[in-house]
Design a protein around this ligand. Structure first.
Ligand code: DOR
Length: 406
């Protein structure tokens, strides 16, 4: 493959190397469109001790991503044009394209609509109050009508706050045994049911974030069959870990939505295989060590994801490589409104946003070697197959041989 001036110049196996050209070896590797993450918490502004846009983008590039969408649950929230501009400026020159999701409501408080129009004017294509769902159905309906007029997408953190109140893990056998208050499956599925209805009412698309339960997935499957405009994502931890991990009382396994029992994990895998879930999104949620050393009920929920998502998909999903890449690259690119810039197809003249993957490389997750500022990966010591070798952003090698170049 030949890349020139930021675009793919020729799709060939081996090319005569022009003098002065830089050569990166891709022997035994797959050259794929760069991955696109719909869901990353980059923590800026306000929680730079956990992550910065720069460190998060570096972790993303090492994980094979050429674009990530930064979540708005920062301090303050990204709920205005000024806040969007600040994060976009922080992302200029980072290791991957940093796009921003704006908040649906002011300060993500669920009470008043945020100025979606002024954020959309800056190129924001996705809005969410992630970390919390929009509880008020009437407000969500108005937000969908507004989003529809603007041609932007609302993404929902599916959680009924009242049902989930006080819970710290999945409500079931393990929460009873451990004496930790649980969050019932219905906290997720009730909001999915409501938003399927609102998508149908308004005709506006809804994207369901980090789905974790068989019940919610069945609702999305039925909605798609009825041609309601919905899409969905799942996070790697929801197809690789189960709620019994919480028996260690280690807050590294605390996440929201919580880890679920094996039957839900199987449902997530089946939905990734049959297209009910359109994308794998990391929900990369860095937290400082001190916070994750608090007792389980006081520790914040969240897990790192950017540097392990591809390898987890390749190792743990019984799917062909191309299908895993569809879930990580071109399908999320389409949902994010980034098609044409990210997610391929790799063709002459297309932007050279590429990841070079060694599908046979075996490696062990070592938290201390991750590029994220935080260390809260639940996969420490786990052996994975498949690794990013190089990442190119607009033709620039930002990762070479597994090392970040910026
Ligand atoms: O586990 C989670 N962590 N779930 C969320 O929805 C928010 C996230 C965070 O920001 O830490």
């Amino acid at each position: 493959m030949v890349v020139r001036d930021g675009v793919v110049a020729a799709v060939v196996e081996a090319a005569d190397v022009a003098s002065g050209a830089r050569v990166v070896d891709a022997d035994g590797c797959v050259v794929a469109p760069g991955l696109v993450d719909l869901h990353a918490h980059l923590r800026q502004p306000g929680r730079e001790e956990a992550e910065t846009v720069e460190s998060g983008a570096r972790a993303a590039a090492l994980g094979g991503y050429t674009a990530v969408i930064a979540m708005p649950n920062t301090e303050p929230s990204i709920d205005s044009a000024a806040a969007v501009r600040e994060v976009l400026d922080l992302g200029a020159g980072a290791c991957c394209d940093v796009r921003v999701a704006g908040a649906i409501t002011k300060d993500r408080a669920g009470e008043q609509l945020a100025p979606l129009g002024e954020m959309a004017a800056l190129g924001v294509r996705m809005f969410t109050d992630d970390g919390a769902g929009v509880q008020d159905a009437r407000l969500m309906r108005r937000a969908l009508e507004y989003a529809s007029a603007l041609g932007v997408l609302l993404a929902q953190h599916c959680e009924d706050a009242e049902l989930a109140e006080g819970g710290h893990m999945h409500e079931g056998e393990w929460s009873s045994r451990l004496g930790i208050p649980g969050i019932p499956v219905e906290a997720e599925s009730m909001m999915v049911a409501r938003d399927v209805a609102l998508a149908q009412l308004t005709g506006a698309p809804v994207h369901f974030m980090h789905l974790s339960t068989a019940m919610a997935i069945a609702m999305v499957r039925a909605a798609k069959a009825a041609r309601v405009p919905v899409t969905a994502e799942a996070a790697p931890h929801h197809f690789t870990l189960t709620d019994d991990a919480v028996s260690s009382y280690d807050p590294v396994f605390k996440v929201n939505p919580p880890l679920r029992p094996a039957a839900d994990v199987a449902a997530v895998k089946a939905a990734l295989a049959d297209g009910t879930i359109d994308a794998i999104a990391t929900d990369h949620a860095p937290h400082p060590q001190e916070a994750k050393e608090l007792p389980f009920d006081q520790a914040p929920p969240g897990m790192l994801g950017l540097e392990t998502a591809l390898a987890l998909g390749l190792t743990e999903l019984d799917l062909p490589l191309e299908q895993v890449l569809a879930l990580l690259s071109w399908q999320p690119a389409r949902i994010a409104g980034l098609a044409g810039q990210h997610g391929g197809p790799i063709a002459e003249g297309a932007p050279a946003n590429l990841t070079v993957i060694d599908p046979a490389a075996v490696w062990v997750v070592e938290p201390g070697r991750l590029a994220s500022r935080s260390r809260n990966t639940p996969y420490a010591g786990r052996k994975l197959t498949g690794r990013v070798r190089h990442t190119l952003l607009r033709g620039e090698p930002v990762v070479v041989d597994g090392e970040a170049q910026r």
